[in-house]
Unconditional design. Structure first.
Length: 251
């Protein structure tokens, strides 16, 4: 009788432990992949899941989208420029059984395939394309990585190149190129303005050539403007030729 009490206590504790291992609560965004004596028997969840203690071994997998930073990679572009590029990748598990059975660690495997793909895809692009056509490269990266992770039950939705770090000498060269481009545009705009001004002057000269009185009126307008701006008395000699047009008009 003296051993009966501890034995009952042991049985009760063992029963509680077995019951705790047999009952699992799986959230809506989780699934359990169950192995029975090493053999895959399927997935369970969400909700309350009953397992056979000791016999069943569950592996929990999240179905939520994972945001993973791709570490900076040294990349040599197609035009032989060395840059350091990092990115971010968004993916989620769509087949939990493949994610556990087909690959040892799908998170680590996805990270590694993202790094190698980043180097290979961006290495085929020139520097100008890497800086200007970011969306096109992002789509290409997502397509290639998704194709490689599909056998693991992992769906890659988005890949975004975050930063492109250039060497100091390349930054200075790009700054000089941008400055030269701005100077070129300023000269083109200035030349275009002079061309339009010359065209307007030619049109004005043609009008004045057809109407001799126009130059006389312009002359008198200039005199009025000078007289308005200066307080002192200004004397202008008026050649008789300027009055011929008015005299001819009167006659």
């Amino acid at each position: 009788m003296m051993f009966f009490g501890p034995f009952v206590l042991f049985v009760v504790v063992l029963g509680i432990i077995l019951l705790a291992n047999a009952v699992r609560v799986v959230r809506e965004y989780e699934r359990l992949v169950v192995f029975r004596l090493g053999r895959l028997v399927g997935q369970r969840g969400p909700g309350l899941v009953l397992l056979i203690p000791i016999v069943d071994k569950p592996v929990k997998v999240s179905l939520r989208t994972v945001t993973m930073d791709v570490p900076p990679q040294d990349i040599i572009t197609k035009d032989n420029v060395t840059v350091k590029v990092n990115a971010v990748i968004y993916f989620r598990v769509i087949d939990v059984q493949k994610a556990i059975v087909e690959v040892e660690n799908f998170l680590y495997a996805t990270s590694q395939i993202a790094q190698t793909t980043l180097r290979s895809i961006l290495g085929e692009a020139e520097l100008d394309e890497l800086l200007a056509e970011r969306e096109k490269l992002n789509a290409s990266l997502a397509q290639v990585i998704d194709r490689r992770t599909e056998p693991w039950g992992v769906k890659v939705s988005t890949v975004e190149v975050k930063n492109v770090d250039l060497p100091q000498e390349m930054q200075r060269a790009i700054a000089r190129q941008a400055e030269a481009e701005r100077e070129r545009r300023a000269k083109v705009i200035n030349a275009e303005g002079e061309y339009q001004a010359a065209a307007r002057l030619a049109e004005a000269a043609a009008v004045i050539g057809r109407e001799p009185t126009a130059i006389q009126l312009r002359y008198l307008q200039t005199l009025a403007e000078i007289a308005t701006e200066n307080n002192s008395v200004t004397v202008f000699p008026v050649p008789i030729d300027l009055l011929k047009a008015f005299m001819q008009t009167k006659s």
